[in-house]
Every structure is written in C-alpha cells, then in structure tokens.
Design a protein around this ligand. Sequence first.
Ligand code: NAD
Length: 501
Amino acid sequence: MLDVETTPGLRVLPNYVGGGWQPLESSESLPVTNPATGETIATVPVSSLDDVDAAVRSAQDAFEAWRHTPPLERAQSMFRLRDLMIRHRGDLARTITMEHGKTLADAHGSVQRAMENVEVAAGIPTLMMGYGLENGAGSGIDEEAVRRPLGVFAAISPFNFPMMVPFWFLPYAVATGNTFVVKPSEQVPLSQNLAFQLLEQAGFPPGVVNLVNGDRSTADALVDHPDIRGISFVGSTPTARHIYARASAAGKRVQAAGGAKNIMVVMPDAILTKSVSNIINSAFGSAGQRCLAGSLIVTVGGVHDALRDALLDAVGQIKVGNGLDPSVTMGPVISGAARDRILQAVERGAAEGATLLAGGGKLQPEGHADGYFVEPTVFDGVTPDMSLAQSEIFGPVLGIMRAETLDEAIGLVQSSPYGNAASIFTENGGWAREFQTRVDVGNVGVNIGVAAPMAYFPFGGARQSFFGTLHGQGRDAVDFFTDRQIIIRRWFGADGTGVHW
Ligand code: NAD
C-alpha cells in the first residue's frame, strides 16, 4: 500500500528533487488539516528561493538527455505510470478525501480524470508529429515543421483537485520531452506526494519530474526563475491575473485558469426528473468547490416553482459528513477560513434581499464537531446586481434567478465577469443551439450540469476565468509545451548539378 505519513507528530513533507526525496531545513512550515475532523495530519514546508532553484536546476540538467529520449520510450513511461495509478487508485482517492474532504466517489472520479490525461499523453509519438511538404519551398527544396520541447515548465495548482489539476499538464509536458516542477496547493500537498511516489516507481530519470512544496512565495519564486520556460497555473482569478502578468512580463509562456460563476439555465420544457440530479450534483458536489460547479440557476418562463420545489426536496436528501463514509453525499469545505467566508457571503446575500430557502449555517455532523461543514444552501429571488450573482463563493450555495425569455437568460450569463461554463436544460435543439452560440464561456453543457472536458479536449475558460491562449489537456497542451522548428532542406549533389532527389 502506498502511504504518506499522516500522524500528528508531524513529519515535514519532503520535496522530490533530482530523483530523490529531500527533507527541507525550511524555517517556515504550515499545518495540513483534514477538513472533516479539523485534525492536523501533516506539515508542509514553504520552499525557499534556494529550494526552488535546486529543483529547477535538477530539471534543467535532466532536460538535454530527456529531450533526446525517443518519444516512444517517453510514452512507455506513461504506460508504466498508468499501471501504477490503476494499482494505487484506492490509496490516491483516500488521501484526496482526507486532505480535501470530498466524497470518496468524487475522489475516485478525479483520479480517473488524472489517469486519462496520462493515457492521452501515452499517444505522444502521434500527437507530437510535425508536418512537411515535398518541394514545399521550391523545386527540389523540401520544407518540414518539427515539434520540439522547450526546457523546464512548472505547474502551480489549487486546493480543489489535489491530484487531477497537475495532471492536466505534467503528462504532456514530460511526454513531449520537457522537464517539470509541480507546486501543489499548500492546503492539499499529500496527494502529489503520493503521485510522485508513483512517478518515482515509473522510472523517470532523475530531474525529469520534481515536486516543491510551498505557498505563494514558492509560486512566485518559480515564476521568477530564469530557467523556467513556462507556467501552467490554476486557481482564483486574482492569483491567475497576477501569475499571468508576472510570467508574461518575464517573457514566459503562461496559461492561467481562474475562478468561475457558472450559470445553469432551465427552460420550460426541461425534463425535471433528470435535470434536478444534475443540478444538485453540479451545485453541491465537492461542497460547491469545483471550478465547473453551477452556482446559479436561471429559470425561464413558468418552470420556476416546480423546479424550486424539486430542488428543495433533493437538497433535503443530501447527507453531509465525512467523505470517507460511503453513505455521505457532501463533505466539508476546505478550511475554517473558507467556511467563515462562505457564511459571510450567505449573510450578505440575505442582507441584499435574496430569500433564503434552505441551509445557510454551519453544521456539526455527529462525531465531527471540529470539521468545517456548511449546510447546503439555496437562495431564491437573486437579482443580477447582488453579490450572490456576481462573486464566486466557492461553497455549497446555490442561487435561483428568473428570466422571462431565453434571450434574457443569455443576457444574465453574459453579464457575469466569469466565463468558465454555462449549461442549458431543454429538449429544444434550437434553444440549445442559440444558447451555445451566444454565450461567451469555455465549456457549455446541454442537459449536463458539469461540462468537464475529457482529457483529449482542451480544459479552459473565457473572460475572467482564463488568461492566455492555449488551455490544459490534449492537443492544446502539446502545443503549449512545444515549439515548431521549420527546416528547409535541399541537396546540391556530389557534382553540384542540383539533382532533385
Ligand atoms: P488560489 O488562487 O488561492 O491558490 C492557487 C495556487 O496559487 C496555490 O498553489 C497557492 O499557493 C498559489 N497562490 C495563492 N496566492 C498567490 C499569490 N498571491 N501569488 C502567487 N501564488 C499564489 O486558489 P485556491 O483557493 O487554491 O483554489 C480555488 C480557486 O481555483 C477557485 O477560484 C476556483 O474557481 C479556481 N479553479 C479554477 C479552475 C479552472 O479550470 N478555471 C480549476 C480549479 C480551480
């Protein structure tokens, strides 16, 4: 069994650098908490500038040999990694639940999504191919484009998908011949510790993959390091904006995914018996802490009352508790600070005039008095000017708004500063098509509450939800982690006659 020491007592988590586990002498460290119990389960160090430099240097040293390793061999490391992930998926899922709080079923789903990126990256010999044209630059002069890796890349990831998010990037970066450094969220560093145990077993040469623990200062040190060629960031919009500006000013490639406020539009012909479970999973799955969580509903026309009643029934069925308990359907939020921030947003919503229909308070499931639980919360009567409509809450809070027409509902989607995802529930193809065409969001769901792209499609948003051009996953990731070199080639022949073959 794969394990990470989680005994209070508390080993400081090591970094993984140059093919070995490195304990840090860091003077600064932070507690890692199980949000279901409030217990400290590990201690995470804050890597210093020197620690970051050591990781980047080891990645830089490994680059030359790794980039010349045949793509087929690099792909074989992906197959080995996938086998290890399958063998240890239970350990990974349990660790995700312990450090993040989401249910075990949800944690398994995110391991699956991580693994699918490894599977796609195993196709790198095909994905990375260039293209060429015989006589492309003139008679007897052929032209060719080859994809080449660039050097050392880094990922800086958020707390809400401890295992999956770094895997939107790492498999593609490494399969294309780059070397890599991951900085996990300081709130959830344990899953990446396990992931790196597997990367170690998969036999990547020393320095190809590296793990540095730390907080925002560590993230900035990576962004500023002169040998880092590009940054893949996922987190809140203010941080994404900061990382994008700082990394691009230093001339680096950067893709920075930010926060979200996703709207689900329910049309009068929606099949409520099917739609409601989708909506509930979207709003309350992972306690609303998914970047694709639907946090607002817009009911169109007369569907409002029936939908509201069905939603309230379903919310009443949600069982809140420790995600390790298989009967639980919603876990805690990540921290006491997050819980208090969410409860403040609820108070503000009520003060602004929205009608609280369900929840709105703290919860203390039996045996979990010190966990960070928030009741599943539903507001009706939300209007576009309210903070409930404008600000990302990132917790189990769903607001209901009303529109008379599809046009008005689309206007509400467009009035949000964010553009990660939007969904429509309808059986009318014309409405669905109008919706998908007019909304400016990265991911559209039609009768799908969580429109999460599969690994072979790009994962990214629009407007304030994404800064950059190329997204994570699939071909976008291959483009991000490679550059194209053009080769124009002719042969004069031994006698200089200019033979063309
Ligand atoms: P966060 O922005 O607080 O932190 C993300 C990462 O950035 C962490 O590793 C953290 O250490 C680092 N960081 C934080 N502040 C920083 C700063 N000032 N300078 C440099 N680095 C800094 O985000 P979070 O709370 O961990 O994650 C939740 C957020 O992530 C939500 O807003 C959610 O919508 C978003 N998210 C977006 C997507 C997406 O695909 N768009 C996916 C998952 C999560």
